[in-house]
Design a protein around this ligand. Structure first.
Ligand code: FMN
Length: 206
């Protein structure tokens, strides 16, 4: 599987893509290793070593594409209730350290709502913890990650600009706004209003 990830990444560059994003989020294979809820292995790929598979895939993809063209997307909590990481406070630093040691330098922290606080404030040093006791994913990740960070989740162009200006993240991603606005870039550049996403737009894409 590790070699297959690398081969797929290599083919993506060959096909002309500028980079690849390893899907380590949303309950897919890599996330199944990271999440103790699913990973109940007692060998060298479970427990304290549950992030080893993510690191092994990352190393293999980095060897194929290089650190400037490789991102990894991860998600401690995602849209299906109860499907997030079992121990986010222990797992987040473990994952980020493991990925950094593997040579990764660009991370994509995936959450459906960029500003929604859903991680324990204990991830930050005591003096930086908000009184609410909870942190949004981008803030927790920023505090623990020395590399570049991409944020996402119901962002508007204005909120994305603010996030960049404040240094919360280094880049922002959009999904539904792009689906609803094929001319997203020119609309944003021109200061034009965006069409609001509706799920039924998907029926026209497939
Ligand atoms: C129709 C649809 C399909 C999606 N498919 C994927 C997917 O295959 N992989 C993935 O990582 N995220 C997927 N997402 C999540 C988006 O990448 C994004 O993280 C999420 O929609 C939040 O960003 P947004 O608020 O800008 O839409 C999908 C989202 C939508 C609406």
């Amino acid at each position: 599987m590790i070699a297959l990830f690398a081969a797929g990444a290599g083919r993506a560059l060959e096909a002309g893509f500028d980079g690849v994003e390893i899907h380590g989020a949303h309950g897919y294979l890599i996330d199944q290793f990271i999440n103790l809820k699913w990973n109940q292995r007692t060998d060298d790929w479970g427990g304290e070593k549950r992030c080893r598979f993510a690191a092994a895939v990352t190393r293999a993809v980095l060897a194929e594409c290089g650190a400037g063209r490789t991102l990894l997307r991860f998600s401690p909590g995602w849209s299906t209730p109860g499907s997030g990481w079992q121990q986010p406070a222990e797992t987040l630093p473990l994952l980020l350290d493991t990925l950094w040691d593997a040579g990764l330098r660009i991370l994509h922290a995936s959450h459906g709502e960029y500003d929604q606080p859903n991680l324990p404030a204990e991830l930050l040093p005591a003096e930086l913890r908000p009184a609410s006791g909870l942190l949004p994913l981008h803030q927790a990740t920023r505090a623990l990650w020395k590399g570049q960070l991409v944020g996402v989740g119901s962002l508007t162009p204005a909120r994305a600009e603010a996030a960049l200006a404040l240094g919360e993240v280094d880049a922002t991603a959009f999904a539904r706004a792009l689906l609803a606005n094929p001319d997203f870039v020119s609309r944003v550049r021109g200061g034009h209003e965006l069409r609001v996403y509706r799920p039924d737009y998907l029926t026209k894409l497939v």
